[in-house]
Design a protein around this ligand. Sequence first.
Ligand code: C2G
Length: 134
Amino acid sequence: MKKVITYGTFDLFHYGHLRLLKRAKSMGDYLIVAVSTDEFNFIKNKKCTYPCFESMEIVKAIKYVDEVIPEDSWEQKIDDIKSNDIDVFVMGNDWEGKFDFLKEHCEVVYLDRTPDISSSGIKSSIINSRGKQD
Ligand code: C2G
């Protein structure tokens, strides 16, 4: 069984996240998604709208996803790859090259980011539209 892993916050789950998970799953038979914990999002300086528990539940419900684990540090990837017998590590190409050190442990694949959508963009469009309604 070919196992794939990817990592992320997945706040305000959107089409870009979905496309990433769909393509990641197509690279193997089993997809593990490590979802950043609230504590790790603080370390990443990401102000999330949803608590990580909710993002984890949403990601778990995605048909391409077989397992969700917590991501609470930058340093856990090699252990995760070894302990889960991962064959392929996948990230969006905004991370291009950043995780090449994992190549001695598994295949590393960077996928094109979906253009024109982001959690921060969704947030600001809601804030702007609220301003117009008030
Ligand atoms: N993504 C994408 N297209 C978008 C937005 C995001 O393909 N329009 C991808 C990102 O490249 C990433 C995944 O979706 O692979 C999750 O994105 P984020 O939730 O923003 O995760 P990030 O903050 O990049 O955290 O250790 C790695 C980090 O946890 C990654």
